[in-house]
Design a protein around this ligand. Sequence first.
Ligand code: LLP
Length: 422
Amino acid sequence: FEPGFSSRDGELYCDAVPAGHIAEAVGTPAYVYSAGVVRQQYRRLDAALGGVPHRVHYSVKANSNLAILRLLQAEGAGVDIVSGGELYRAREAGFAGRDIVFSGVGKTARELDEALAEGVLFVNVESEGELVVLDEVARARGMVAPVALRVNPEVMVDSPHHYIRTGEKGHKFGIPYDDVRDAARLTRSLPNVELVGIDMHIGSQLSSFEPYADALERVSALVTQLRADDFDRIRYLDVGGGLGVVYRDEPATDVERYAEGVARAARALDVTLVLEPGRFLVAEAGLLLTKVLYRKRSGGKEYVITDAGMNDLLRPSHYEAFHEIVATRPRGHRVVADVVGPVCESGDFLARNRVVDDARPGDVLGIRTAGAYGFVMASNYNSRPRPAEVLVDGDRYAVVTERERYEDLVRQERAALDWRTA
Ligand code: LLP
């Protein structure tokens, strides 16, 4: 078999395991991941980068499950983290400090300190204020912190939703292009930071290379300028993440073209290339299993009501994102329906006006391409326990996150109040 999701004898499989079996054994909703697909994606990207010195740092935010992290660690990946919590996970999964880069626009002094204690490869700094704080934290540790400046290349980006465009002028991310030389000069006057790299991340779910090409050109010019300014320790070019996947009918990412483009830029600058892909590595590896609870008609509309909602998979309601929906045992007959969850919000839907299988109560559906930004964005809204996560590898599967229980919902809450006064 090919790793991933396929239909055989009228039944949906993940690798060699029937999806319906997992739904019965583990319950629904449940996220199911194909280990083979994650490996395949990683190897494809890594191989495409072939000759050029490079490091693939998986962006943990896309899917931070420890089993996924361990799997990528075994493949040789590093990680890109954006919080102390992600640092904790990376450490638990066995990543060494040098396999970690630390990104994010709002790191606290404590998080920076934790990252330095771990010996991260570099910190992607996004403001002069952050540089000053990092310098103080590093001084207290008697260290020199390795820094990459995250540049906002200020290019036009074609992400499908404006929430996930980040590299345009005026965005909160990165240092404005024209201010980067000043920020670099500031590193020189701060004894406990050293400029070792330049970083960019222009957006997510990009399906064409043009915005990368524009951004690479601008960022490369900047590196050349900085070297002329005598910053001679710059040895990393971090090009961020953003590679798109196919949810519906988007053009598939041309990995080879992308790899060739970024590799060319890195070669020209004689730097080690760093990539921070998230979605590309895990999105297509994931499926959200959900059971149909009810069917109903309202105002001439068909509704399929499922036991997964916006708290389990936020992307449809938050970004109006399209996720294909398949039945694990299709009935063959199709209907046009809204597939909606149980949450008390009109915005709680998984699909609208969609041609779907004419599923009946008890049938199990799979929401495709849910491996990235799925479980990690799940919440307890409506006091709904978060779903289970399952990893499939060939003909075996394992629960990698237990379904939350009701007790978990109130674990941090205190009924007996411990009043304090100022
Ligand atoms: N590096 C940085 C600095 C980032 O901010 C991100 C994603 C990545 C790497 C990984 O990007 P990717 O390769 O996954 O495109 N929740 C949204 C996506 C938000 C992306 C945030 N940053 C969604 O569900 O579409």
